[in-house]
Design a binder for this molecule. Structure first.
Ligand code: SAM
Length: 243
């Protein structure tokens, strides 16, 4: 099926599922196209109606909201796809960033495709791309790992496998575990270049770059706050810590 285009001629939005990226912190990252889709859609499916209600009110937009999150995803996915199949324009957003990237939306996309409904990406911020692009680590090949298992053998084995990779690895990590992750990497590969990208697009945006040993030492001295992306450079970039 042909994807409808949002041409500059201001034609009305065709029916479909619109995956609308939203800011990961900085409200200036809302594009005119994102705002237009949110303004002209019939309904906005979101994770948290209060959070998205605030975003819409800052943009001066009033649209009906319907909640869509990991606990009602399966049921809602079918319902949203059906509504689009019946002619509605359904915008799907998450609390921050691009829908479907470590966030719900995959099921609604599948349900829509299953019904022959157009799925239209309205691209914009995503922490994975923002962090990678400014990390200074190779960007020609990278793997997005999302969230690691939180603890135990599963986490250690996953990390060992990732450290064997010859591409940059991008991990979403909670601030409470960021220092621990740096230590875990340092224990296995102290000379590996890593980057902690924190609070992207926000007032306290920070990139902490160095070998795993250096970054672990630095993070050991402070309390890590805010949202974090942790990046690990490819195996070939590992420095010999001995010297
Ligand atoms: N869909 C989002 C995206 O496209 O980036 C990701 C959602 S995921 C549930 C949330 C995680 O993304 C956070 O725990 C953090 O690892 C990362 N993240 C989101 N916003 C961020 C920011 N402003 N700075 C750093 N990391 C961020």
């Amino acid at each position: 099926m042909r994807t409808p285009s949002l041409s500059e001629d201001r034609a009305p939005l065709p029916p479909g599922i619109y995956l609308v990226a939203t800011p990961i912190g900085n409200m200036e990252d809302v594009s005119p196209r994102q705002a237009r889709v949110l303004r002209e859609c019939d309904v906005v499916a979101c994770e948290d109606t209060r959070h998205t209600g605030l975003l819409l009110s800052r943009l001066g937009i009033k649209r009906p909201l319907v909640s869509y999150h990991e606990y009602n995803e399966t049921r809602r996915a079918e319902e949203l796809a059906r509504r689009a199949a019946e002619g509605e324009r359904v915008a799907v957003v998450t609390d921050a960033g691009t829908p479907g990237i470590s966030d719900p939306a995959y099921r609604v996309v599948r349900a829509a495709i299953g019904r022959g409904v157009a799925v239209v990406p309205i691209p914009g911020p995503s922490a994975v791309v923002a962090a990678l692009s400014a990390s200074g680590l190779p960007t020609d090949r990278f793997a997005f790992e999302g969230f690691l298992p939180q603890r135990g053998e599963k986490r250690r084995r996953r990390l060992e496998a990732l450290l064997g990779e010859e591409h940059t690895v991008v991990i979403y990590e909670s601030p409470y575990r960021a220092a621990r992750l740096a230590e875990e990497v340092a224990a296995l590969a102290p000379g590996r270049p890593v980057v902690l990208a924190r609070e992207l697009t926000k007032l306290h945006e920070e990139f902490l770059r160095g070998t795993a040993a250096e970054v672990a030492k630095e993070l050991g001295r402070k309390v890590v706050r805010g949202e974090c992306v942790f990046l690990i450079g490819p195996k070939r970039m590992e420095e010999d810590e001995e010297g």
